[in-house]
Design a protein around this ligand. Structure first.
Ligand code: SER
Length: 314
């Protein structure tokens, strides 16, 4: 049986991607790779190793007859600044191992890029698909380099690699860790638990965001898309919502008592270097991408699901 390997399967995206893939392709079709913090109740075949152990990755590919990899392992933007060398090592060398083994074993690859691939010299409003890409974080540097490496492998070795530049993702199942867009999730958690949130960016900070269900649906749609329609093998711009930190807080205040104060820290500079909104018309044209969930629907769903998760009355 051909199998799908999800690396970084217990991170923010992997936690929701794995069950969605199992639902679509069958429970036994999915293998989940993790390194740390594997939930003891994970309902999936799990493999555990550091992604930089290339031998273990190849063993897994051969043992399970892996024909598709969603390579989600990554250190995010804020945490990536603590040790840029380790960030390069995990994000780039991990990706290169995956790409080399994918060529060797004829594997189709999904790899996530990000709005972090852009930088302060990029036009910030309706950022186009093809534009200046000069990021100022190590995370962003690894995203641009990874995009180019993927495209190179596609052209040189005919590797079927597909990629999306994710905006900030908002979800209730697993919290993000170490990203700059984390405030848009943390405000829900802290707001519900304590009625108070200290936000680490200014109230007027505007970043592109998306509810996780849309992100998962879009990711799987890109992987199913007819390859002859795909014109981008670096990474697709991918958008849904754009709002300020304050607009998000106001939306929550329609449902819960909430007091937000703003104490910008080092992450403000990262946020200010990223786009405020994204032009994703190429994705819409090439594989019919269309988001479904707006700010109001997302806020309501997040609150319902988090209340259940925390055992609170609705
Ligand atoms: N959400 C990510 C971060 O903030 C961006 O890809 O680092």
């Amino acid at each position: 049986m051909d199998r799908i390997l999800v690396t970084g399967a217990f991170g923010q995206i992997g936690t929701e991607l794995v069950p969605a893939l199992q639902k679509k392709y069958g429970k036994d079709a999915v293998i989940a790779h993790g390194h740390k913090n594997i939930p003891p109740d994970a309902d999936v075949e799990v493999v555990t190793f550091d992604i930089r152990e290339e031998g273990k990755l190849e063993e897994t590919i051969q043992k399970y007859n892996v024909k598709t990899i969603y390579h989600m392992v990554s250190l995010l933007s804020a945490v990536g600044e603590r040790d840029p060398s380790v960030t390069w090592d995990i994000n780039m060398n991990g990706l290169k191992f995956v790409l080399d083994l994918a060529v060797k074993h004829s594997i189709k690859v999904f790899w996530p890029s990000s709005i972090a691939a852009f930088g302060p010299t990029t036009p910030r409003e309706r950022t186009p698909q093809h534009t200046v890409m000069a990021p100022t974080t190590m995370y962003g540097v690894t995203k641009v380099a990874g995009e180019l490496l993927g495209q190179y492998y596609h052209k040189k070795y005919n590797l079927d690699i597909r990629s999306i530049r994710y905006p900030g993702l908002i979800s209730w199942k697993a919290e993000p860790g170490g990203g700059t867009t984390d405030y848009a999730v943390a405000v829900f958690y802290e707001g519900l638990k304590t009625g108070h949130y200290t936000c680490f960016v200014r109230p007027d900070t505007t970043l592109p965001m998306m509810y996780m269900d849309d992100a998962i649906r879009g990711t799987m749609a890109l992987m199913e898309a007819d390859p002859s329609r795909l014109t981008i093998r670096t990474s697709y711009n991918f958008a849904a919502l754009s709002f300020t930190a304050e607009e998000l807080a106001e939306e929550l205040k329609k449902h819960i008592p909430l007091n937000v104060d703003y104490k910008p820290d080092h992450r403000q500079q990262i946020a200010d270097s990223w786009p405020m909104s994204i032009d994703d018309s190429v994705a819409r044209q090439d594989w019919d991408w269309k988001h479904q969930i707006d700010l109001s629907a997302m806020t309501k769903t997040m609150l319902i699901e988090l209340r259940k998760k925390f055992g609170m009355k609705s």
